[in-house]
Design a protein around this ligand. Structure first.
Ligand code: SF4
Length: 382
């Protein structure tokens, strides 16, 4: 299994909570960037290790992330997919996801993406409440969000994911219930639900320092997390990762690959790649658009190795990623991969994580309450 990630670092404006690198595109910027991505796709195979390093197999998933990938035209998406398919090949049932912001799509663009081969749409809705959307600095309102879902369905997207946020200041139980009612009405196959976090140096961080509003405390966060879990699992969604829910069979294959430490190639400014050589290597592209374009134009690889793994680090990363997942850590698979028993290597951590960490049918998993304490519990494995 190998995956492809294409990073599109353009946004129409900056949301006040976001610390991702992105720029407002000027005329011609996206065309130039797409040209560079195509060149990178054609040349990166050798740079990252070639046929025997995990990218030789056809890609089983492709993900356009950002930023705002829906700023790409359908023909730009089609061109990138054509190049990627011709260089690497795609599995017959490849999952191709494109992240889209509701304010940037139309019936024509969604139809174009679908025709280009995109078969999974991830809509950055964040909320169906207009006041919350305005406060979050989003470019769309709830009517546009609903319209985007309806249009996506009408042009044939039968794999739809919706991003929502919770743990917003003053968010009431009724408001959360209302979000769940929209989920019930729209029935997306997949949901990514993140609690708002305040990142340093963002406008929200400055507003918080001035006490303009207060974030929910841990107890309120916990109540919201459990309410969402309760409502969504009753609607038939499987809470398969701390922040992700899916109807059975609709888990995001691309993200599951990340959590399982499968190889992936990342192209685009700041994109990371993971190569399965030895115990794993992580590579990163130049993280500014200018730096990335410059390297490509000079015929120099935009990618450098940023991380290698010794056995301890590889085992820790495996545990760190898999304990986020409902499937947890498979004892036999861990033994096969590292030639060590999970229970022996982490005996002390297992003790410290009781009663939140349990072994069932050969798999170590965290309970729901354990997920709420994930950041604290995972330190025991360091
Ligand atoms: S649209 Fe997404 S990536 Fe762009 S600024 Fe807003 S949160 Fe960040």
């Amino acid at each position: 299994m190998a995956s492809l990630y294409l990073h599109i670092p353009f946004c129409l404006s900056k949301c006040p909570y976001c610390d991702f690198y992105s720029c407002e595109p000027k005329t011609g910027d996206i065309d130039r960037y797409v040209d560079a991505l195509c060149t990178d796709l054609k040349t990166s195979r050798a740079v990252c290790g070639g046929d025997d390093e995990g990218f030789s197999a056809p890609f089983t998933s492709v993900f356009f992330g950002g930023g705002t990938p829906s700023l790409l035209s359908a023909s730009q998406v089609a061109r990138l997919l054509d190049v990627a398919a011709s260089v690497y090949g795609f599995a017959a049932d490849v999952e191709i996801t494109l992240e889209a912001n509701p304010g940037t799509v139309s019936s024509a663009s969604l139809m174009g993406y679908r025709s280009a081969g995109v078969n999974r749409l991830s809509l950055g809705v964040q909320s169906f409440d207009d006041a919350q959307l305005k406060w979050l600095g989003r470019q769309h309102d709830s009517t546009q969000a609903l319209q985007a879902v309806e249009t996506a369905r009408s042009v044939g997207f039968d794999r739809l994911s919706i991003d929502l946020m919770f743990s917003l200041p003053n968010q009431t139980v009724e408001q959360l219930q209302q979000q769940c009612q929209y989920v019930e009405q729209l029935a997306p196959e997949h949901l990514s639900i993140y609690g708002l976090t305040i990142e340093d140096e963002t406008p929200f961080a400055h507003q918080q320092q001035k006490n303009l509003w207060q974030m929910p405390d841990d107890e309120q966060y916990r109540d919201s997390f459990l309410l969402l879990n309760d409502r969504l699992t009753r609607l038939g969604y499987r809470h398969y990762e701390i922040s992700n829910y899916a109807q059975p069979g609709h888990e995001c294959r691309h993200n599951v690959g990340y959590w399982q430490r499968q190889p992936y190639l990342g192209v685009g400014a700041g994109a990371h790649s993971f190569i399965g050589r030895d115990l794993g290597e992580r590579w990163a592209c130049e993280n500014s658009i200018e730096g990335y374009l410059h390297s490509i134009h000079e015929g120099v690889s935009p990618r450098t190795k940023i991380e290698g793994f010794d056995p301890q680090q590889a085992m820790f990363e495996t545990v760190y990623l898999l304990l986020r997942c409902r499937e947890g850590v498979d004892e036999a698979d861990f033994q096969r991969r590292y030639n060590h028993s999970f229970a022996t290597v982490y005996a002390a951590a297992i003790d410290q994580c009781a009663p939140y960490l349990t072994l069932n049918n050969g798999r170590w998993t965290l309970s729901l309450e354990g997920w709420l304490l994930y950041n604290y519990l995972i330190e025991n494995f360091l």
